[in-house]
Design a protein around this ligand. Structure first.
Ligand SMILES: [Fe+2]
Length: 319
Protein backbone atom coordinates (compact mmCIF):
# COMPACT_ATOMS: atom_id res chain seq x y z
CA UNK A 1 0.00 0.00 0.00
CA UNK A 2 2.87 2.35 0.84
CA UNK A 3 4.26 1.81 -2.65
CA UNK A 4 0.90 2.70 -4.21
CA UNK A 5 0.74 5.90 -2.14
CA UNK A 6 4.27 6.83 -3.08
CA UNK A 7 3.56 6.30 -6.79
CA UNK A 8 0.36 8.36 -6.57
CA UNK A 9 2.12 11.32 -4.90
CA UNK A 10 5.06 11.04 -7.26
CA UNK A 11 2.80 11.25 -10.32
CA UNK A 12 0.87 14.12 -8.72
CA UNK A 13 4.13 15.99 -8.10
CA UNK A 14 5.26 15.50 -11.69
CA UNK A 15 1.89 16.76 -12.94
CA UNK A 16 2.05 19.83 -10.73
CA UNK A 17 5.61 20.53 -11.82
CA UNK A 18 4.73 20.18 -15.47
CA UNK A 19 1.79 22.59 -15.04
CA UNK A 20 4.14 25.07 -13.45
CA UNK A 21 6.65 24.61 -16.25
CA UNK A 22 3.90 25.23 -18.81
CA UNK A 23 2.69 28.42 -17.18
CA UNK A 24 6.28 29.57 -16.75
CA UNK A 25 7.00 29.06 -20.43
CA UNK A 26 3.78 30.82 -21.50
CA UNK A 27 4.85 33.96 -19.69
CA UNK A 28 8.33 33.90 -21.23
CA UNK A 29 9.29 36.06 -24.23
CA UNK A 30 9.72 32.87 -26.24
CA UNK A 31 5.96 32.27 -26.28
CA UNK A 32 4.70 35.83 -26.01
CA UNK A 33 5.75 38.16 -28.81
CA UNK A 34 7.29 41.50 -27.86
CA UNK A 35 5.81 44.44 -29.71
CA UNK A 36 7.80 47.57 -30.53
CA UNK A 37 7.76 50.03 -27.59
CA UNK A 38 6.14 52.73 -29.73
CA UNK A 39 3.36 50.42 -30.97
CA UNK A 40 -0.23 50.77 -29.82
CA UNK A 41 -2.65 47.87 -29.47
CA UNK A 42 -5.57 49.39 -31.41
CA UNK A 43 -5.37 52.59 -33.44
CA UNK A 44 -8.51 54.69 -33.59
CA UNK A 45 -8.41 54.53 -37.39
CA UNK A 46 -8.45 50.72 -37.29
CA UNK A 47 -11.85 50.48 -35.70
CA UNK A 48 -14.22 51.17 -38.62
CA UNK A 49 -12.05 49.09 -40.96
CA UNK A 50 -12.14 46.08 -38.67
CA UNK A 51 -15.83 46.52 -37.88
CA UNK A 52 -16.63 46.43 -41.61
CA UNK A 53 -15.70 42.75 -41.52
CA UNK A 54 -18.58 42.06 -39.15
CA UNK A 55 -20.97 42.27 -42.11
CA UNK A 56 -19.41 39.28 -43.82
CA UNK A 57 -18.90 37.43 -40.54
CA UNK A 58 -22.61 37.80 -39.81
CA UNK A 59 -23.47 36.55 -43.27
CA UNK A 60 -21.26 33.50 -42.83
CA UNK A 61 -22.38 32.77 -39.27
CA UNK A 62 -26.08 32.57 -40.03
CA UNK A 63 -25.63 30.81 -43.37
CA UNK A 64 -23.45 28.07 -41.90
CA UNK A 65 -25.29 27.67 -38.59
CA UNK A 66 -28.67 27.46 -40.29
CA UNK A 67 -27.33 25.13 -43.00
CA UNK A 68 -25.92 22.65 -40.50
CA UNK A 69 -28.22 23.02 -37.48
CA UNK A 70 -31.51 24.47 -38.67
CA UNK A 71 -31.13 27.52 -36.42
CA UNK A 72 -28.80 30.47 -36.31
CA UNK A 73 -27.18 33.12 -34.19
CA UNK A 74 -30.46 34.00 -32.46
CA UNK A 75 -30.31 30.65 -30.71
CA UNK A 76 -26.56 30.00 -30.55
CA UNK A 77 -25.36 33.43 -29.35
CA UNK A 78 -28.26 35.92 -29.36
CA UNK A 79 -26.20 38.66 -27.68
CA UNK A 80 -23.91 38.83 -30.71
CA UNK A 81 -26.84 39.78 -32.96
CA UNK A 82 -27.16 42.93 -30.80
CA UNK A 83 -30.86 43.20 -31.64
CA UNK A 84 -30.38 43.04 -35.42
CA UNK A 85 -33.22 41.44 -37.42
CA UNK A 86 -33.33 37.69 -38.06
CA UNK A 87 -32.19 36.63 -41.52
CA UNK A 88 -34.70 36.15 -44.32
CA UNK A 89 -35.21 32.64 -45.68
CA UNK A 90 -32.41 30.74 -43.92
CA UNK A 91 -32.96 26.97 -43.93
CA UNK A 92 -31.45 23.77 -42.69
CA UNK A 93 -29.70 22.17 -45.67
CA UNK A 94 -30.09 18.55 -46.67
CA UNK A 95 -26.45 17.64 -45.95
CA UNK A 96 -24.63 14.33 -45.68
CA UNK A 97 -22.71 13.63 -42.49
CA UNK A 98 -19.28 14.81 -43.70
CA UNK A 99 -20.59 18.06 -45.11
CA UNK A 100 -22.74 18.74 -42.06
CA UNK A 101 -19.74 18.27 -39.77
CA UNK A 102 -17.63 20.68 -41.85
CA UNK A 103 -20.36 23.31 -42.02
CA UNK A 104 -21.23 22.98 -38.34
CA UNK A 105 -17.59 23.66 -37.49
CA UNK A 106 -17.52 26.64 -39.87
CA UNK A 107 -20.68 28.02 -38.25
CA UNK A 108 -19.24 27.87 -34.75
CA UNK A 109 -15.97 29.37 -36.02
CA UNK A 110 -17.97 32.35 -37.25
CA UNK A 111 -19.50 32.76 -33.80
CA UNK A 112 -15.96 33.03 -32.42
CA UNK A 113 -15.07 35.56 -35.12
CA UNK A 114 -18.06 37.73 -34.27
CA UNK A 115 -17.30 37.51 -30.56
CA UNK A 116 -13.62 38.40 -30.83
CA UNK A 117 -14.24 41.23 -33.29
CA UNK A 118 -16.98 42.80 -31.16
CA UNK A 119 -14.91 42.34 -28.02
CA UNK A 120 -11.81 43.90 -29.56
CA UNK A 121 -13.09 46.77 -31.69
CA UNK A 122 -16.77 46.97 -30.73
CA UNK A 123 -19.55 46.43 -33.21
CA UNK A 124 -23.02 47.06 -34.51
CA UNK A 125 -26.24 45.03 -34.77
CA UNK A 126 -26.50 42.26 -37.36
CA UNK A 127 -27.69 43.75 -40.65
CA UNK A 128 -30.72 42.30 -42.39
CA UNK A 129 -29.50 39.27 -44.37
CA UNK A 130 -31.26 37.57 -47.25
CA UNK A 131 -30.31 33.90 -47.10
CA UNK A 132 -33.34 32.67 -49.03
CA UNK A 133 -32.99 30.10 -51.77
CA UNK A 134 -34.54 32.71 -54.10
CA UNK A 135 -31.67 35.09 -53.45
CA UNK A 136 -29.06 32.40 -54.14
CA UNK A 137 -31.00 31.43 -57.28
CA UNK A 138 -30.72 35.03 -58.51
CA UNK A 139 -26.94 34.99 -57.89
CA UNK A 140 -26.55 31.80 -59.90
CA UNK A 141 -28.82 33.06 -62.70
CA UNK A 142 -26.75 36.24 -62.81
CA UNK A 143 -23.57 34.14 -62.95
CA UNK A 144 -24.80 32.09 -65.90
CA UNK A 145 -26.59 34.95 -67.63
CA UNK A 146 -29.74 32.84 -67.93
CA UNK A 147 -32.54 31.49 -65.80
CA UNK A 148 -31.62 28.10 -64.38
CA UNK A 149 -34.61 25.75 -64.43
CA UNK A 150 -35.50 24.72 -61.78
CA UNK A 151 -34.07 27.64 -59.79
CA UNK A 152 -30.81 26.80 -58.02
CA UNK A 153 -31.56 25.71 -54.45
CA UNK A 154 -28.56 25.93 -52.08
CA UNK A 155 -30.30 23.87 -49.42
CA UNK A 156 -31.21 20.95 -51.71
CA UNK A 157 -28.13 18.75 -51.15
CA UNK A 158 -24.48 18.83 -50.06
CA UNK A 159 -23.06 19.72 -53.47
CA UNK A 160 -25.45 22.64 -53.96
CA UNK A 161 -24.70 23.86 -50.45
CA UNK A 162 -20.94 23.76 -51.05
CA UNK A 163 -21.41 25.64 -54.34
CA UNK A 164 -23.40 28.26 -52.45
CA UNK A 165 -20.66 28.35 -49.80
CA UNK A 166 -18.14 29.04 -52.57
CA UNK A 167 -19.88 32.39 -52.91
CA UNK A 168 -19.17 33.67 -49.39
CA UNK A 169 -15.89 33.10 -47.41
CA UNK A 170 -13.72 34.00 -50.39
CA UNK A 171 -15.10 37.53 -50.30
CA UNK A 172 -14.17 37.74 -46.61
CA UNK A 173 -10.69 36.46 -47.37
CA UNK A 174 -9.89 39.04 -50.03
CA UNK A 175 -11.48 41.77 -47.89
CA UNK A 176 -9.11 40.94 -45.00
CA UNK A 177 -6.13 40.95 -47.34
CA UNK A 178 -7.26 44.38 -48.53
CA UNK A 179 -7.69 45.71 -44.99
CA UNK A 180 -4.32 44.50 -43.76
CA UNK A 181 -2.06 47.30 -45.09
CA UNK A 182 -4.43 49.93 -43.71
CA UNK A 183 -4.40 49.00 -40.05
CA UNK A 184 -1.70 49.81 -37.55
CA UNK A 185 -2.45 48.52 -34.07
CA UNK A 186 -0.63 45.33 -33.10
CA UNK A 187 -3.70 43.87 -31.50
CA UNK A 188 -5.86 44.55 -34.57
CA UNK A 189 -3.12 43.18 -36.83
CA UNK A 190 -2.95 40.02 -34.77
CA UNK A 191 -6.72 39.71 -34.90
CA UNK A 192 -6.86 40.29 -38.64
CA UNK A 193 -4.18 37.69 -39.35
CA UNK A 194 -6.00 35.16 -37.18
CA UNK A 195 -9.32 35.79 -38.92
CA UNK A 196 -7.71 35.73 -42.35
CA UNK A 197 -6.04 32.41 -41.59
CA UNK A 198 -9.32 30.68 -40.76
CA UNK A 199 -11.24 32.39 -43.58
CA UNK A 200 -8.62 31.20 -46.07
CA UNK A 201 -8.78 27.73 -44.54
CA UNK A 202 -12.55 27.59 -44.98
CA UNK A 203 -12.26 28.71 -48.58
CA UNK A 204 -9.59 26.07 -49.22
CA UNK A 205 -11.77 23.31 -47.76
CA UNK A 206 -14.72 24.39 -49.92
CA UNK A 207 -12.57 24.64 -53.04
CA UNK A 208 -10.93 21.25 -52.46
CA UNK A 209 -14.34 19.66 -51.92
CA UNK A 210 -15.48 21.14 -55.24
CA UNK A 211 -12.21 20.33 -57.01
CA UNK A 212 -12.69 16.65 -56.16
CA UNK A 213 -16.01 16.88 -58.00
CA UNK A 214 -14.87 19.28 -60.74
CA UNK A 215 -16.06 17.13 -63.66
CA UNK A 216 -19.36 16.18 -62.03
CA UNK A 217 -22.54 17.59 -63.53
CA UNK A 218 -24.65 19.62 -61.14
CA UNK A 219 -28.08 18.02 -61.56
CA UNK A 220 -30.28 18.83 -63.34
CA UNK A 221 -28.38 21.62 -65.13
CA UNK A 222 -25.89 19.64 -67.24
CA UNK A 223 -23.15 22.04 -66.20
CA UNK A 224 -20.07 20.87 -64.34
CA UNK A 225 -18.97 21.89 -60.87
CA UNK A 226 -15.89 23.53 -62.43
CA UNK A 227 -18.10 25.63 -64.71
CA UNK A 228 -20.22 26.73 -61.76
CA UNK A 229 -17.12 27.97 -59.91
CA UNK A 230 -15.79 29.82 -62.96
CA UNK A 231 -19.15 31.49 -63.53
CA UNK A 232 -19.39 32.66 -59.93
CA UNK A 233 -15.82 33.95 -59.94
CA UNK A 234 -16.43 35.75 -63.25
CA UNK A 235 -19.59 37.30 -61.82
CA UNK A 236 -17.70 38.62 -58.81
CA UNK A 237 -15.03 40.06 -61.09
CA UNK A 238 -17.72 41.74 -63.20
CA UNK A 239 -19.57 43.16 -60.20
CA UNK A 240 -16.42 44.52 -58.55
CA UNK A 241 -15.19 45.90 -61.90
CA UNK A 242 -11.50 45.90 -60.89
CA UNK A 243 -9.98 43.22 -63.13
CA UNK A 244 -9.35 39.58 -62.31
CA UNK A 245 -9.21 38.97 -58.57
CA UNK A 246 -11.19 35.79 -58.50
CA UNK A 247 -10.71 32.47 -60.26
CA UNK A 248 -12.60 29.17 -60.49
CA UNK A 249 -11.13 25.78 -59.60
CA UNK A 250 -9.95 25.20 -63.19
CA UNK A 251 -8.26 27.95 -65.19
CA UNK A 252 -6.35 28.41 -68.44
CA UNK A 253 -2.64 27.81 -67.65
CA UNK A 254 -1.82 31.53 -67.92
CA UNK A 255 -3.79 32.01 -64.69
CA UNK A 256 -2.42 28.90 -62.95
CA UNK A 257 0.51 28.73 -60.55
CA UNK A 258 3.66 29.87 -62.41
CA UNK A 259 1.60 29.59 -65.62
CA UNK A 260 2.01 25.84 -65.35
CA UNK A 261 -1.22 24.44 -63.98
CA UNK A 262 -4.84 24.46 -64.99
CA UNK A 263 -5.63 23.08 -61.56
CA UNK A 264 -6.58 26.04 -59.41
CA UNK A 265 -7.41 24.72 -55.97
CA UNK A 266 -6.48 28.13 -54.57
CA UNK A 267 -7.32 31.45 -56.17
CA UNK A 268 -4.22 33.66 -56.22
CA UNK A 269 -2.39 36.17 -58.39
CA UNK A 270 0.71 35.88 -60.63
CA UNK A 271 2.98 35.52 -57.58
CA UNK A 272 0.55 33.09 -55.96
CA UNK A 273 -0.42 35.50 -53.24
CA UNK A 274 -4.06 36.16 -52.39
CA UNK A 275 -5.94 38.86 -54.23
CA UNK A 276 -7.20 41.82 -52.19
CA UNK A 277 -10.36 43.86 -52.39
CA UNK A 278 -11.48 47.22 -50.98
CA UNK A 279 -14.71 47.64 -48.97
CA UNK A 280 -16.36 49.23 -52.04
CA UNK A 281 -15.53 46.18 -54.18
CA UNK A 282 -16.82 43.85 -51.47
CA UNK A 283 -20.12 45.74 -51.25
CA UNK A 284 -20.56 45.76 -55.02
CA UNK A 285 -20.32 41.96 -54.90
CA UNK A 286 -22.44 41.14 -51.86
CA UNK A 287 -25.14 43.64 -52.88
CA UNK A 288 -25.18 42.02 -56.33
CA UNK A 289 -25.74 45.46 -57.82
CA UNK A 290 -22.17 46.28 -58.86
CA UNK A 291 -22.63 49.53 -56.93
CA UNK A 292 -21.61 50.11 -53.31
CA UNK A 293 -24.28 52.82 -53.07
CA UNK A 294 -27.14 50.50 -54.01
CA UNK A 295 -27.95 47.73 -51.53
CA UNK A 296 -29.48 44.40 -52.48
CA UNK A 297 -28.62 40.73 -52.70
CA UNK A 298 -27.47 39.36 -49.34
CA UNK A 299 -27.95 42.79 -47.71
CA UNK A 300 -31.36 44.10 -48.84
CA UNK A 301 -31.12 47.15 -46.58
CA UNK A 302 -27.38 47.58 -46.89
CA UNK A 303 -24.47 46.54 -44.72
CA UNK A 304 -23.88 48.19 -41.34
CA UNK A 305 -21.05 50.24 -39.86
CA UNK A 306 -19.51 53.60 -40.68
CA UNK A 307 -17.90 52.54 -43.97
CA UNK A 308 -20.91 50.83 -45.54
CA UNK A 309 -23.44 53.41 -44.26
CA UNK A 310 -21.13 56.15 -45.55
CA UNK A 311 -21.51 54.79 -49.10
CA UNK A 312 -25.30 54.67 -48.71
CA UNK A 313 -25.41 58.35 -47.73
CA UNK A 314 -23.57 59.34 -50.89
CA UNK A 315 -25.40 59.90 -54.18
CA UNK A 316 -26.06 56.73 -56.12
CA UNK A 317 -23.98 57.51 -59.19
CA UNK A 318 -23.53 54.59 -61.54
CA UNK A 319 -20.05 53.11 -61.40
FE1 LIG B 1 -15.23 34.26 -40.35
Amino acid sequence: MAVVHFSFYFILMILLMSTELCSASFSSPVCNPKYPKTAVPICKDDIDKMQFALNLEHLEADFFLWGALGYGLDRVAPDLAMGGPSPIGAEKANLDRLTRNIIKEFGYEEVGHLRVLKRTVGGFPRPLLNLSSGNFARVFDQAFGLELVPPFDPYRNSLNYMLASYVIPYVGLVAYVGTNPNINGYQTKRLLAGLLGVEAGQDAVIRTYLYERAALEVAPYKKTVAEFTSRISDLRNRLANCGIKDEGIKVPPQLGAENKTSTNVLSANYDSISYSRTPAEVLKIVYGTGNEHIPGGFFPKGANGTIARGFLKQPRESN
